[in-house]
Structures are given as structure tokens and as C-alpha cells.
Design a protein around this ligand. Sequence first.
Ligand SMILES: [Zn+2]
Length: 346
Amino acid sequence: MNVSEWLEELSKIEERFVSAVKENPDFDNIFESFLGKKGELTLLLRKLGEFSPDDKKLLGRKGNELKEKIVKFLEENKNKFGGFKKYSFDIDVTLPPKKLNLSCAHPLTVTLNRIIESFEKLGFSVEWGPLVEKDYYNFEALNFPPDHPARDMQDTFYTELKDEKDKNYLLRTHTSPVQIRSMLKYKPPMRIISPGKVFRSEAVDATHSFVFNQIEGFYVDKNVSMSDLKWTLESFIKDLFGQKADLKFSPSYFPFVEPGAQVEVSCVFCGGKDQNCRVCKGRGWLEMLGAGMIHPKVLENCGYDPNVFSGFAFGAGIERFTMLLFGIDDLRVLYENDLRILRQIY
Ligand SMILES: [Zn+2]
């Protein structure tokens, strides 16, 4: 195509535009035929690439003159044709809006927030620890020497960190390592709770999971005694479940406390009246916490003189509290994220 052929084509397009305006002044049709992606003028302007810069300048100006003419016509007659039918949106402002699904906190988070609130009232602050933990913090400093049989109480996922010299890492089996980390970091008096995920090689059933959430609490100062522990836990449990909730302490063994106690709370489901209660299994009591006085060796490991300082510590599963607070009798509900069930909880 040479210059004159191009100009001839341009004037033919102009003629066709003029007759289109006279015969069938349809807005969409005019736009599509001349300026659309495959419009005549669009295609002709695209051919400009074949010409020399000088010719391109001249032809481009002529082409754009026609383009402007067509655009001007469309602009001026927009209202007459009702605008772009094809490209306009019909908005019906009277239609009711789509239902919005608002999000909300997961029951475990709700429970954790309540627990934190409860302990904050008692002067505790919150501390977080790493999920991949050194064997030393998870076991050894807590008085579980390498060959101690008590390690078998916690089936552990061991791992190692590539770039670390110390290869003894694991997914923490409890939140107790935060006790060690905090005691090394802060000075007494300290009242700390530490929530978070913990991991154990457990088979999943109605009350067990390989990953679950714990909360650790401890108080280290001069003259901390078992009665402080009892008062603290009683205040906490009654704050969470109401004044009716009863607590029972019985002796138990954990390597990092001496003496150690198992703390049970009266069954919130059946109050001890249902022999077939799935949760307490007819006992009327639920094992809720492990607790005790921090073992002198643990205090020593953190550089504290056990003759001067003492402390109590406790740990509990957050899932257990969630189940009692929301009346859930199967732990798995909390991880399956079935909206039909989660919605019932709220
Ligand atoms: Zn029960």
C-alpha cells in the first residue's frame, strides 16, 4: 500500500462514516465499525507502521483528523443514542445486597483471650516462645536429663536446624521451656503466662491430638508457696467457669516441680451426676492442670539460689478449656473447621 492508496482508503472510510450517520446512526455500530478493535479506521491506522517517518507524520495527522471527527460525533450524540449500550452497566440500586459472611475469632482464640484476661487481672503478663525448641530448654534445663525415663511421658518430634552447631532440636512438647527462657531473661518477681502450640506424637481421638495448645504460668519471687499456687488457680478457675467450679489437688509427678500436683476441676457437663458422661467418664472430675513448686534444680539451672527464691508453675491444655466453655465433647471439632459446627458455637 502506497501513500495515495492509503489516502484513498481513508476518504472511503470517511464516506462510509458519513452515510452510516445518515442511514443508521446506531451508537454501538458506529463505534465498532470505525473505532473498535477491528474497526476500519483502527486497522488503517495500524498500517502506518509500513511507511517512512515523513509519510507517517502526514498520514497520521489525516487519520487522526477523521478519528477525532468520529469521536466528536459520538460524544455529541451520546445522549441521543442512550450511550454505549454494550459497555454500560445496568445498576439496580433497589436490589438487596449479597449476604456478607462476617468473620469471627475461632473458639480456641476466644478461650485463650479469656484465659489471658483472667490472668492479667492477677498481675500476670504474657510471654511467647519458639515452636522449634532446643532440647536443652525443652527437657534438660527442666530437670529431664538425657536418659531420664520421664522423657518417655512426652512422645517427641525431633528435628535439627541445618546451620546450627547444636543439632538437638525438637518441636516443643510443652510450653514449659518459656519458664527457662524467661527466668534467664528477667529478674524476680515475675508473674508470667505463656500460651502457644505444642507437639506430641499422639494418635488423634476425641481428647488427643498431635498438635494442641497449652498455657504455662509461673510466679517466681521470694517466699512463694504452694498456697499462692492454690489461690491463683482457684481465682482463675472460678473467674472462668463461675463460683460453682470446684478444684481438687492431688499429688503427681513432673520432673520440673517438687512437690507436683494434678489439678482437677468439677465436671462442668454433668456435675458428677451422669455415670455415662463422655467427658468425665462418670468420675465427676476433669484433669485440667499440672502444677507444683518449681524444682530447686530448675531454679539453679537458671542461676537462682533456691534458698532465696521459690516459685510455682502450672500448665494446661487450652483445648480442654475450650471444650468445657463451649460444651464441645470432641476435640477434633476444633481443627476440622466445619462451618456448620463452628457457627453453632456462636
Ligand atoms: Zn461429666
